[in-house]
Design a protein around this ligand. Structure first.
Ligand SMILES: Nc1nc2c(ncn2[C@@H]2O[C@H](COP(=O)(O)OP(=O)(O)OP(=O)(O)O)[C@@H](O)[C@H]2O)c(=O)[nH]1
Ligand SMILES: [Mg+2]
Length: 314
């Protein structure tokens, strides 16, 4: 694959990098809800690139295969690979104790190349494979590994824009929360979206709401309390997958009719797909409310407001 320069200045380049087997491609697949592909995932050859729309911006995502021979090449050809990077996501397999020194040294090499190139994109470190239900002794080892790496990476004197997250494919919300935060940092008007969501909450009295994009990312959210947060964080990925299933059956595109509703604990959980940019991927809203329907008037008002906000980026 040739690494030609991105031809469009409006494209935001997001690069996934890390050692082989770290979990980079799995993270990307999990956001795409391609969970069935987990079982057959193969090491990435060279680099896989994909472009997608995020709030009216074009994102170019680079998944750089981590095999040693590729790593060497990326460092040799750093200009070609990393030029124009807006965000670097560095994935660490925190269960791969044997290669902690190696992963640190690869990250350091990349940062050195950035410094030579006078680039300073924010770097987001994902401490990945932070799996739930791990035996106590192993968990202690993992925690020590994370603290050790955080300390060591924190010592990069001249590189300030580094942040840390813990993720695992076994808790999708850990990936969704990290990736939502990372990508939203590219969107200057995210506070305006938060305000629009807050307005919707005030007018409708819903107890929780998540605004989600087709990559499963939470663009904005509001929860009455922690219980609502927990349940909506858990439910939304299932709603998305359920909705994917319905999409295959549907040929009528009457969006007003296609919503999913679940009744539980005397509350209603309502999920609905809608369009912000014609012909581009859909968006979704997931809510918890006292009533078995959405306030259509306020919902339409919210959509119009969101359209207006993101059209400034397109
Ligand atoms: N336990 C655990 N395993 C994971 C997790 N995420 C991914 N894996 C497994 O780790 C292995 C490697 O995953 P990949 O996504 O292919 O890793 P990669 O970083 O893309 O590897 P390269 O393409 O070779 O650079 C696969 O067997 C995954 O199933 C996780 O959160 N926990
Ligand atoms: Mg891969």
């Amino acid at each position: 694959m040739e690494f030609e320069e991105e031809d469009n200045a409006n494209i935001q380049k997001v690069v996934f990098v890390g050692l082989d087997n770290a979990g980079k491609s799995s993270i990307i697949l999990s956001l795409l809800r391609e969970i069935s592909k987990f079982a057959v995932i193969k090491p990435t050859r060279n680099a896989e690139r994909r472009t997608f729309e995020f709030l009216g911006m074009n994102i170019s995502e680079w998944d750089l295969g981590g095999h040693e021979r590729y790593r060497k090449r990326y460092l040799e050809k750093a200009e070609l690979i990393f030029r124009g990077t807006n965000i670097l996501i560095y994935v660490v397999d925190i269960q791969d104790y044997e290669r902690i020194a190696k992963t640190y040294s690869y990250l350091k090499d990349i940062i050195d190349r950035f410094t030579e190139m006078k680039l300073e994109p924010p770097i987001h470190i994902l401490f990945h494979k932070n799996d739930p239900d791990i035996a106590d002794g192993v968990q202690v080892k993992i925690n020590n590994t994370i603290s050790y790496l955080e300390g060591k990476i924190g010592d990069f004197q001249n590189y300030h824009k580094i942040s840390f997250y813990k993720t695992t494919v076994f808790d999708l919300s850990s990936i969704i929360n990290a990736m939502s935060k990372i990508l939203l940092s590219l969107f200057p008007r995210s506070k305006v979206i938060d305000a629009a969501i807050q307005g919707y909450v005030n007018k409708t009295g819903v107890e929780g709401v998540e605004l989600i994009d087709d990559n499963s990312l939470i663009i904005s959210s509001w929860y009455k309390n922690d219980d609502t947060r927990t349940i909506l964080n858990l439910l939304s990925p299932y709603f998305l997958r359920l909705n994917d299933g319905f999409k295959q059956l549907e040929n009528i595109e009457d969006e007003n009719k296609n919503y999913i509703i679940v009744e539980r604990y005397e509350k209603y959980f309502i999920f609905k797909q809608f369009t912000l940019i014609k012909g581009v991927t859909p968006y979704y809203i997931s809510t918890c409310t006292d009533e078995p329907f959405l306030n259509q008037y306020e919902f339409n008002a919210l959509i119009n407001l969101l359209k207006d906000i993101i059209s400034h980026e397109a």
